[in-house]
Design a protein around this ligand. Structure first.
Ligand SMILES: Cc1cc2nc3c(=O)[nH]c(=O)nc-3n(C[C@H](O)[C@H](O)[C@H](O)COP(=O)(O)O)c2cc1C
Length: 366
């Protein structure tokens, strides 16, 4: 897999749910309020971040006692920034595609096309039960998500849109106004066979849990080969929990403290819930299929990407993920405002230096 020549993009998780990004009693200087998040978004765009990703959660799981809604929260962040793109998480079921298409088209107009969506397929059965939503088996959730994405794209790009799906129907529907360019990008989250096949057919971006460059390369090769057959292009975003400190020892000590102070009941309850959600995914490749207790302390396997060390080590590992096929690195932090700034000032410039040196070598070899 040869790395893209485009600069790798950086995103951060919007902490719009309480409790931070790790299920641990370690101190996390991160807020879930709008004031904290507005300032964070401004810090991120001033320090080289391209995207922010919001989360959708209707009820507490793994902690996360308070949860702000993703689309309205994303809009507020877009209104507080000028260049950052914000990806609003959307869950088919609670959302139907007609409402989602209309909401996002309006936000696209209000923000010069800076809004994107992350279509998530859901893992939390208790949440669906709590809000009276029908729970579908794993692969059925993806069949619905794929129809959802096809409907979104159809509504955004066609007049007299007609669609006959198993989950959604549209009859001669013309959305006005349609989104202005750039069209909203469609991301998706999940790594199972069903998720990969959906990405290879319809999504602009495939988000996956944290992993080593070797494992990411396997996923990327798999998806890109299938996408090619479908004459589709899909880009890849990889999750990582970054702990960047002046010395490697300091960074490793922070990781050890996160694990040592993990909340075992909450981690085990989360592990039980997500493994249960993947049961109808027969191949056992989905997110969390191979996660250990330690992995689950960061709820998207963010430690596995190993962005834990000095700025130089972390920059080199970002580039290794890029070489494995990652187009975007999605980052979580312990103390978001402080660490987004530190990452932007100390890691991103080193990544750009390595990328420029590689580009110069590639040109010289041509
Ligand atoms: C980057 C990323 C973001 C996600 N965001 C959410 C979210 O906000 N809400 C949610 O319910 N699930 C979210 N998910 C979970 C996925 O939608 C999916 O249920 C999960 O990854 C399991 O999918 P799999 O069985 O295909 O691997 C996210 C997943 C990833 C990788």
């Amino acid at each position: 897999m040869s790395a893209s020549r485009e600069p790798v993009k950086f995103a951060y998780w919007v902490p719009n749910v309480s409790g931070g990004l790790v299920i641990s009693n370690i101190e996390q200087r991160t807020g879930w309020t709008i004031d904290y998040n507005r300032k964070l978004a401004q810090i991120a765009e001033a320090n080289g971040f391209d995207y922010a990703l919001s989360q959708i959660r209707f009820t507490a799981g793994y902690g996360a006692e308070f949860q702000h809604e993703s689309v309205s929260f994303s809009h507020a962040l877009l209104e507080s920034t000028t260049t950052l793109k914000v990806i609003a998480a959307i869950l088919p079921g609670p959302w139907n595609p007609a409402l989602a298409a209309k909401q996002i088209a309006t936000i696209n107009h209000l923000t010069n096309g800076r809004v994107a969506v992350n279509v998530v397929s859901g893992w939390f059965r208790g949440e669906f039960a709590a809000i009276g939503e029908h729970w579908l088996d794993h692969d059925e959730r993806y069949r619905r998500s794929e129809e959802f994405i096809r409907a979104l794209r159809g509504i955004w790009t066609e007049d007299n849109f007609t669609f006959r799906g198993d989950f959604y129907r549209f009859n001669d529907y013309s959305l006005k106004p349609k989104p202005i360019d750039p069209q909203p990008e469609i991301f998706q989250g999940g790594s199972s066979r069903a998720a990969r096949d959906m990405a290879a057919r319809v999504s602009d971006w495939y988000f996956t849990n944290g992993n080593t460059p070797e494992e990411i390369a396997k996923q990327v090769n798999d998806i890109r080969a299938k996408a090619k057959v479908n004459e589709h292009t899909v880009r890849v975003g990889v999750n990582a929990f970054a702990i960047v400190r002046e010395t490697e020892e300091e960074a490793k000590a922070v990781l050890a403290e996160i694990i040592e102070k993990a909340n075992p009941e909450a981690v085990n309850a989360f592990g039980h819930e997500v493994k249960n959600a993947g049961k109808a995914s027969p191949e056992g490749e989905g997110n969390w299929a191979k996660s250990s207790f330690e992995d689950l302390v960061q709820y998207n396997d963010g430690f596995r990407s190993n962005l834990i060390g000095t700025p130089k080590q972390v920059a080199e590992r970002v580039v290794a993920l890029k070489r494995a096929g990652a187009d975007l690195i999605l980052l979580g932090f312990l103390h978001f405002q402080e660490e987004v700034e530190y990452f932007g000032k100390h890691v991103i410039p080193l990544v750009r230096e390595i990328e420029e040196a590689e580009a110069a070598t590639a040109v010289a070899a041509e």
